[in-house]
Design a protein around this ligand. Sequence first.
Ligand code: URA
Length: 243
Amino acid sequence: MSKTARLDKLLGSLGYGSRAQIAQLARLGAITLDGQDLTDASRRIAVTPDLPARMTVDGEPVDPPPGLVILLNKPLGMTCSHKEDGALVYDVLPDRWRRRDPAISTIGRLDKETSGLLLMTDDGDLLHRAISPKKHVPKVYRATLARPLAGTEAALFASGEMLLENDDKPLKPAVMEVLSPTDARLTVTEGRYHMVRRMFAAVGNHVEALHRERFGALTIPDDLPPGAWRRLTPEDVDAIFAA
Ligand code: URA
């Protein structure tokens, strides 16, 4: 059975304005459903994923209902935060999406100076499942290092016994593949603060560039340039947990 919501509550949660403003829009005939004017803002409607194909506000398809999942090809220099100064990852989204409730949040974070695959969602359950260490969702990073690899890193990272400074639990085993003397691909199943940078710092190296290539079985689509984003389908979302 689909969920229903009052029109004013639904559009309010999608950032279209206050209840009074939405009631006014409805009275003016600015909201349609299946081609008919919806003049009563208190009417309950079924909240289904196909709503944007059926409902218009001011002649435009209504924004997608809750359950959004977004893949951003994060460029360098953007911060995963709702309120810091400078360029934020949320700035790439349509203005109204930033007024949604539930709000759209990142699924984990990438540092300002890390690029690559970043997921965002307004679905709190999905967010918690995707970052839960119990789900073992692999995250794959490509790291460019300041100094050549020593050759001992892979065994230490895979040991399940590596303890990073200020942490009280050892890291879960991580898999490192050598791509060149100063390039490595690292697969981790946790999301600790500055984790990859701290892992290489702990072995006397320094990460000069870091890029996330994969989250679960999801990769960045070839036609999605840095700074561009795309909504994910339910099948894409399943791929988060399929790896
Ligand atoms: N590890 C880091 O050090 N930084 C990131 O952005 C992601 C993983």
